[in-house]
Ligand binder design. Structure first.
Ligand code: NAP
Length: 422
């Protein structure tokens, strides 16, 4: 069986950036036998959050290549040039393209690597290939959309599988009810719930803000209860000194700190990324509620400092029991649909790599994103996007994607240069 130099799981921005870095290392570096396995049938980047007016929250210069190699042909600027929109984009006078355009940029870059990607295959497990006393290789098993299984061997594995929707415990028993859905599935689920006129929207981050405005503008004019446990919608802080936490060099600083100091930094800068809508969206939401008051209308409610303590799916709707932290009162309300804008978790690598648990040190990675493993375990396993506790807030974002892709490419190429001896 062919042994790959590299198998990547997922072909979103992180692994595209890695593929670019590997390509750009040539001809000085050797060619690698690489394959990326992506469960979606073709490239797609958060397709169910492609809302009409949504734009990027990260400057376009933090694209797939610029910070690592500004002369790359894979920069956003070169994409604009090839699409003959560069001058018009300049006239937009923005650092923040629409999400639709950035998604098209990612798809454009992904299409250059089509022959290296197995689309429509889900990885079901990763097993150690034991030879003698050592684990020499990894065996990756995947299933395609027709249910057929494939097995492949590799010396290096890079997991870039993104986050999984966070479903609060109180909603877990409703997870299969089509009327209760996470923002990750928003557009397709709201279409399936097009008749819904009373909607609960849980959360106070960027997703909640974008969806509130989307629901507000829908033709059937649904009533939306925006429910969050915090006291106020707090804006994302993207001022220049604060934004330094997303610089690629800052990763070294974070990684060099003891665990308690890293935790303290994550807490201190949490509102650069989590539960922090764009200030312009907060202004729009405030205005909607203000105008409601002017008209004496009560279409939407903004329920702050409210916890959802019970959820019951019944024939006539989803009944939520809310606890008001201000009054300590409980109230139960009926909704046609519930949208969970409750963010993402980054733990699915543990499930996917469960077969390697005996060989790893609690799924910890080193500075170069490589899983720490026991002696005798020879393959290299890299994790992208699940290292926030050790590498800082930029780990889940595009901010360091191009530089990190280059760092991982160097590790992979060093192994390939070493003669593929493992
Ligand atoms: P988020 O920022 O993690 O916010 C999650 C929200 O859900 C918070 O308000 C949190 O409240 C609440 N929450 C979490 N668990 C809860 C629970 N058990 N009960 C009640 N509330 C709960 O998630 P997000 O808004 O989806 O954003 C995630 C990432 O995607 C961010 O990096 C964001 O910038 C990005 N994003 C970008 C765009 C764009 O580029 N246009 C669009 C959407 C999202 P607490 O604060 O109380 O925990």
């Amino acid at each position: 069986m062919l042994v790959h130099d590299l198998i990547g799981i997922g072909f979103g921005p992180s692994n595209i950036a890695l593929a670019i870095a590997l390509e750009e290392a040539r001809p000085a570096a050797p060619a690698t036998k690489s394959l990326f396995i992506e469960q979606q049938p073709g490239f797609a980047w958060h397709p169910d959050m492609m809302l009409g007016d949504a734009h990027m929250q990260i400057a376009f210069l933090k694209d797939l290549a610029t910070l690592r190699n500004p002369t790359s042909r894979y920069t956003f600027v070169n994409y604009l040039h090839e699409k003959q929109r560069l001058q018009d984009f300049i006239n937009l006078k923005t650092f923040y393209p629409s999400r639709h355009e950035f998604s098209d940029y990612f798809a454009w870059a992904a299409s250059r690597f089509a022959e290296q990607v197995a689309y429509g295959e889900s990885v079901v497990d990763v097993r150690p290939e034991v030879r003698g006393d050592n684990v020499e290789l990894l065996r990756i098993r995947s299933r395609d959309q027709a249910g057929r299984f494939s097995e492949r061997l590799t010396r290096n594995l890079v997991l870039s599988i993104g986050g999984t929707p966070r479903i609060p415990p109180v909603f877990q028993h409703c997870a299969s009810d089509d009327r209760v859905f996470h923002t990750h599935h928003y557009l397709r689920s709201i279409q399936a719930n097009a008749h819904a006129t009373r909607i609960a929207l849980i959360g106070g981050g960027q997703s909640a803000a974008e969806i509130f405005l989307d629901l507000h503008g829908r033709a059937n004019a649904p009533q939306v209860d925006l429910i969050m446990r915090a006291r106020a919608l707090k804006p994302a802080d993207s001022s220049p000194y604060v934004n330094e936490v997303f610089n690629s060099e800052f990763v070294d600083h974070v990684f060099s700190q003891p665990a308690e100091a890293r935790d303290a930094m994550l807490a201190e800068f949490r509102h650069t990324n989590y539960a922090c809508p764009d200030p312009a969206l907060i202004d729009q939401i405030f205005k909607i509620f203000y105008e409601q008051r002017v008209r004496g209308d009560a279409r939407h409610q903004f329920l702050r400092r409210h916890d959802v303590i019970r959820a019951r799916a019944a024939e006539d709707g989803v009944h939520l029991t809310l606890f008001d932290q201000n009054t300590s009162r409980e109230v139960t309300q009926r909704y046609d649909a519930v949208v969970l804008a409750t963010g993402y978790e980054r733990v699915s690598h543990r499930t996917m790599l469960a077969g390697l648990a005996p060989y790893s040190e609690g799924f910890e990675v080193d500075r170069g994103y490589r899983l720490k493993t026991v002696n005798g375990f020879k393959p290299a396993v890299y994790l992208q996007g699940s290292n926030e506790p050790t590498h800082g807030l930029s780990d889940t974002l595009l901010s360091v994607t191009s530089v990190r892709g280059g760092e991982i490419a160097e590790g992979v190429l060093a192994a390939v240069r070493a003669g593929r001896t493992f």
